[in-house]
Design a binder for this molecule. Structure first.
Ligand code: DHB
Ligand code: FE
Length: 280
């Protein structure tokens, strides 16, 4: 059977693409960010997962405002990175795992989640950047990826509680997949940031650090946050933190925190990374 070996949360800041391309790893601005991923990289090299199930949000690239899906799952052989650019080095398309995708879709359907099934799908920095930070020099993708896109762009977005429950079903799907593979779940986005309007540039370090603590020990508490709470405390784009809760729902029960790093600001964001291992 498949094993869900761990969970990773990460911001998905597009400027990281250009910093990686320019190899600014020791630049004083970027060092506290990139150093935060070293333990994650070492763990990934040790564990060697076969597939990443990545919960991220599309930023208007695959789904524009005319047609937005609340929950969408990719079921394609590969996904083109069609992001804006930002100096990203060109990588081959992201390889998919079609069979695992369909198993997850079937399980979600049994659990009464109505999702959009995408046999063609473009991906953006929400999916690509956290993986590129872990393997900055890779020319080939070292893993297959199942993209899970959660709407955070067009309101109403799904609630924190709904995302957590959705994640639980994804976790059950992974653990019941009849192939001997190792899977890591990613939740990308956040932390606090607002890219628009009067509060553009808003970052809430206190909220971010509290969220990072609770996502490990007390995620149920975070499911009580309403969308309005999230926007007020974390900013209009900080609502992306519902992806972290989706990933945490997939891990289930108790987890051990193997690594944590927070640094703000990076670009316009509080940047947080967590590496979690399920313990039951
Ligand atoms: C930034 C962060 C994001 O999550 C995003 O999607 C775009 C930009 C930023 O911090 O600049
Ligand atoms: Fe984003």
């Amino acid at each position: 059977m498949a094993t869900l070996v761990g969970g990773i949360t990460s911001s998905h800041i597009p400027a990281v693409g250009i910093a990686t391309t320019k190899r600014l790893f020791d630049d004083p601005y970027w060092k506290p960010f990139f150093d935060g991923y070293i333990p994650v990289r070492e763990w990934m090299e040790k564990v060697k997962p076969d597939v990443i199930v990545s919960v991220y949000n599309d930023h208007g690239l695959n789904f524009f405002l005319d047609q937005v899906s609340t929950f969408a799952i990719g079921a394609a052989k590969q996904y083109d990175n069609a992001d804006e650019g930002w100096g990203l080095k060109t990588m081959p398309p992201v390889p998919g795992d079609v069979e695992l995708s369909w198993h997850i879709i079937e399980t979600l359907n049994k659990d009464e989640f109505d999702i959009t099934m995408c046999q063609e799908m473009k991906v953006d920095h929400g999916l690509v950047v956290p993986i590129q930070v872990i393997w900055p020099f890779a020319d080939e993708w070292p893993v297959k990826v199942v993209p899970v896109a959660v709407n955070t762009v067009q309101h109403p977005v799904p609630s924190a509680k709904r995302c957590y429950d959705f994640g639980k079903s994804i976790g059950d799907a992974i653990r019941s997949y009849d192939e001997d593979i190792k899977v890591v779940a990613f939740g990308t986005g956040g932390m606090s940031h607002q890219l628009q309007g009067e509060r553009a540039g808003f970052i809430n370090k206190r909220f971010d650090l509290d969220f990072m603590k609770k996502i490990v020990d007390n995620p149920e508490e975070l499911t009580k946050l309403t969308t309005t709470d999230l926007v007020r405390e974390a900013g209009s784009e900080g609502v992306e933190l519902i992806m972290w809760l989706t990933m945490r729902g997939a891990l289930g029960g108790n987890v051990k925190q193997l690594h944590s790093n927070y640094h703000a600001p990076i670009s316009n964001t509080g940047s947080g990374v967590l590496l979690l291992e399920p313990t039951d």
